[in-house]
Design a protein around this ligand. Sequence first.
Ligand code: CP
Ligand code: NVA
Length: 311
Amino acid sequence: MKRDFIAVTDFSKDEIYETFRIAKQLKADVKAGKEHHYFANQTMAMVFAKPSLRTRVSFETGMAQFGGHALYLGPNDISIGSRESVKDIARVISRYNNWIMARLFKHEHMLEMAKYASSPVINGLTDYNHPCQIMADMLTIHEHRGTVEGQKVVFIGDGNNVCNSFLNFASIVPYHFVLATPEGYDPDPTTLERARAAGLSKIEVIHDPVEAAKDADVLYTDVWTSMGQEAEKLKRLNDFQGFQINDELLSHAKSDALVMHCLPAHYGEEITEEVLDGPHSVVFDEAENRMHAQKAIMVMLGNGSGANIQV
Ligand code: CP
Ligand code: NVA
């Protein structure tokens, strides 16, 4: 049996905390120069239908640290769904590679990939969600605050894939999630409904960034125009005016608030350079934690697929 990681909801609350524990241990070990070849001689196919810096480099480096090898398949190499069907790609890659990590446009393609692949599939972002990002983000909050529970995390901007993953997390671990978004940019309604129905977290969707930022423990943002939405860029630039993390907005948050951004950042749009480079920012801890969180996810999936790795 293989186990996939397609959404944060694939893990229970205990498994999320176990992933954090493992990630922290692996992080300390990397810094101490200790290597663990848990996946020696294994290979990972990294299928990218969209560009990437962090996801590609963190998975490729993480796989090397585990004693394995990752290969990059870019947007022009495979042409998902046009040159070849998703199910055939999944079945072929599974014959060569122990792992599949994919960044795709359509979430249905990710689900189809997981269905037909015999190797574990890890979701490296779709138009719908970005679960590895949220695991790294929540790990970062956990490191800085000692807990994620009860933290007021305020997302300023688009109800996009990253936002949907925050909502999925809220359906498993209790915290306070507030989205401040312009009218018309709400998150996926089913995901929002499911997160609310879980009854664990306090969830608010409002349209006033200043109101949202009040007493925030974390101010978080992401680009206004996600990959694949380039045709809407001008309209979005206009619609998102005022939904920027800057010094003024930060002044409404708690005095020790953390500022986070999944990156890449567009300075002067969703965040100012001063704030991203300022004392509240943990943006580069967050980027680093992508690798440690993903390595921990691999250990969880490896064990869920029959390995016996003790971290
Ligand atoms: N945050 C993130 O996923 O970055 P990349 O798009 O560079 O992988
Ligand atoms: N919402 C952004 C996240 C990038 C990591 C996008 O999908 O482009």
